[in-house]
Design a protein around this ligand. Structure first.
Ligand code: PLP
Length: 426
């Protein structure tokens, strides 16, 4: 293992983030478990950063992939591609966006890049509104709309970005406000920003911030924002890369918690739809999608093998009501983790929705983020046989729990017990 780590360090850039002092080499998975090269088995509460949506090695997906690979792996979007059209039809119907068109990419970054291309072209402006503490990807344009400074390198941005309050609820100037007051204050902030600028193309926002530490605004915030945006003709891009496909339990899409004024103008997705295969994409109504005034193509976006995986995965997800499972099992897990958190002084808050749960750690007795404690809990959980993630703002002090949506009650209980032990040992 350490031999592989040495080889990794010799060829992979330093800025590629790795978990653990002795990073794990994962060799295979099944259901909600993965195994490492030393034969250790782990309960996977991070699902390949929320990409393993249904389960590891789901037979339905594996079969669809191997059958499609046996026919043809790639032909390019220059020719008709049945698996792509079929998946696009299903996603268009599920999106809630009228007269929807779907464009497939290979990642969330590229999906957001495409959304920015559409919005800036449609509105003839390179000004974007984004949320504080947000994460939207690693390309030149998406780092420049990423409010989370630890993921936003200094670069000369092609876009002008203005950051809006509302991403972080529990900290900062509005922490003491009720939901209604919070929404009012964020809307006032937005109005204020728009009073000083003209011709903004779009607001991009994650309905629940992922990398930022699973922070949710109160339901209805984006509906309230929408009223302001509509008055200015500004588009709303919902980045559903982490929140789509039923992950949040209550809703199929995160935007549905903010549905006052209907669906977003543009929706981006990735991660879970391919169950680990590289599928991302953009949905927008035809008027916006077709407004691009040049040819465009993604050589690998929409490739038949990834599309077959997406369709098989989506069918499984819907047939087995994994959104309902996320709501039920996630609800139990949230309650259990809150119970544990109440007696661990380092736990400031346990929050989340469905199977997207965050545990924020602080130095006991203070409000100060504690990234060392988060790193130590990750190590201790690993020792106990559990993989979790971490995230947060400048200091990554939020433990992130996001297992595959097929998690059972027994596995939720097992994971919670390991996490409890890890939290108490640090
Ligand atoms: N948007 C959100 C909300 C994300 O969480 C991520 C990745 O974590 C991205 C975009 C970028 O996706 P990818 O890593 O597939 O490029």
């Amino acid at each position: 293992m350490s031999h592989l780590y040495d080889r990794h360090r010799a060829v992979i850039p330093d800025w590629v983030a790795l978990y653990y002092q002795q990073p794990i080499e994962i060799t295979h998975g099944e259901g909600r478990h993965v195994w490492d090269a030393d034969g250790n088995r782990y309960l996977d509460f991070f699902g390949g950063i929320l990409t393993t949506m249904t389960a590891h090695a789901l037979p339905e997906v594996t079969k669809a992939v191997s059958e499609q690979a046996g026919r043809i792996i790639h032909s390019s979007t220059l020719y008709l591609n049945r698996p792509m059209v079929e998946l696009a039809e299903r996603i268009a119907a599920l999106s809630g966006i009228p007269d929807a068109r779907v464009f497939f990419t290979t990642s969330g970054t590229e999906a957001n890049d495409t959304a920015l291309l559409l919005a800036t072209g449609h509105r003839r402006s390179n000004q974007i509104l984004a949320m504080r503490n947000s994460y939207h990807g690693r390309s030149f344009s998406t780092v420049s709309i990423t409010g989370n400074r630890s993921w936003s390198p200094t670069s000369l941005s092609p876009l002008q970005t203005l950051y809006v309050h509302g991403g972080v609820r529990t900290r900062g100037p509005y922490a003491h406000l009720s939901d209604a007051q919070f929404i009012e204050a964020c809307v006032a902030d937005l109005e204020d920003l728009l009073g000083h600028t003209r011709d903004v193309a779009a607001l991009i926002a994650e309905p629940i911030q992922g990398v930022g530490g699973f922070t949710s605004p109160p339901d209805g915030l984006y509906a309230a924002f929408r009223e302001v945006l509509d008055r200015h003709g500004i588009l709303w891009i919902a980045d559903e890369v982490q929140t789509g496909w039923g992950r949040t339990g209550d809703h199929f899409w995160g935007w549905q918690a903010h549905a006052g004024n209907g669906p977003p103008d543009i929706l981006t997705f990735a991660k879970g739809i391919g169950n680990g295969m590289s599928v991302g994409g953009v949905v927008a109504r035809a008027e916006i999608m077709n407004s691009l005034d040049a040819n465009s193509i993604s050589t690998f976006g929409g490739s038949p093998v990834t599309m077959a995986a997406g369709s098989a995965n989506l069918a499984y997800l819907l047939e087995h009501d994994l959104q309902g499972n996320a709501r039920r099992v996630g609800g139990l897990l949230l309650e259990r983790l809150r119970g544990i958190g109440a007696s661990v002084p380092a736990v400031r808050e346990v929050r989340g929705r469905g199977l997207m749960l965050g545990i924020e750690l602080v130095r006991p007795g203070t409000d100060e983020a504690d990234p060392q404690a988060a790193a130590a809990v990750l190590e201790a959980a690993r020792e106990g046989g559990l993989l979790i993630g971490k995230g947060g703002g400048h200091n990554t002090s939020v433990l992130r729990v996001a297992p595959p949506l097929s998690l059972t009650v027994a596995e939720a209980e097992e994971g919670a017990s390991i996490l409890e032990h890890a939290l108490r040992s640090v």
